[in-house]
Design a binder for this molecule. Sequence first.
Ligand SMILES: NC(=O)c1ccc[n+]([C@@H]2O[C@H](COP(=O)([O-])OP(=O)(O)OC[C@H]3O[C@@H](n4cnc5c(N)ncnc54)[C@H](O)[C@@H]3O)[C@@H](O)[C@H]2O)c1
Length: 266
Amino acid sequence: MAADSDRRIALITGGAGAIGVATARRLARDGILPVLADRDEAALDAAVPALRTETGMPVLGIHADLADRAAPAAVMARVESVFGRLDCLVNNAGLSRARRIGAVELDDWDAVMAVNLTAPMLLAQESLRFWQRLRGGSIVNIASRVWLSGAGPAYTASKAGLVGLTRSLAVQLGPLGVTVNAVAPSYLGSAFNFSGGAAAIRRAEAEHIRLGVLDRIGTPEDVAGAIAFLCSPDARFVTGEVIHVCGGAQLAARPQDSAIADGSAR
Ligand SMILES: NC(=O)c1ccc[n+]([C@@H]2O[C@H](COP(=O)([O-])OP(=O)(O)OC[C@H]3O[C@@H](n4cnc5c(N)ncnc54)[C@H](O)[C@@H]3O)[C@@H](O)[C@H]2O)c1
């Protein structure tokens, strides 16, 4: 599979999932060729041909379990051999285990850290060869608003760690012209949520959203839009940031907020 050497290439991990496919579609619209890495072979087999037809691009799927420490090197070697370049790395693959602290099992903790935190670090390390050659690029890490608000211990710690990794890489890769940012969505009601988008959770999420006019919760396309911005030349001077794609749900509610909104308090 050959690609013209000027075309920008994006590697999207968890590429066959909801945010992954929406991002692939959105980046393709900006002329960036998406490469999808995912452990779910059946989902890849469905997503890749559909994206090829839709975008007219030679979209590539790579089957990889990123919990395996050898996988990031193998994925990057494949990108190198097929395209010879990488312009955007979107660390999107994620795993959630919502448990009370008393029930946390170390195997679960390790599994979450392996996918959500160790794989992004290893992929960033493996991508150095491209940045050193191209002198520029972007890394976008998909965190979650739980890094602020808290949820299950492993998931929250992994996403807060990912924000820390984002800031560290922004400092270390800045001299190479690489921007490193995080996008933090909140509940989207997609398959990722173990609750499967239960109506009660959807309602509770909607209540925390400050953008009243839209009357909906977030979508994978909302997240993809922020990722596309961070991969675009418009964001070339933006690094080390966290963009919350939450409709304002990351702004913690205060009891007096409703009074302020109706003008009866300041
Ligand atoms: N959906 C939400 O409500 C939500 C909210 C906040 C943050 N996020 C974050 O967004 C990211 C993507 O979520 P999504 O909604 O698209 O979920 P999704 O379940 O639709 O997609 C996740 C994808 O990651 C893949 N994946 C999981 N473990 C992997 C591994 N070990 N190796 C390779 N691929 C692996 C899955 O196969 C799946 O295709 C995750 O990092 C998640 O933490 C999601």
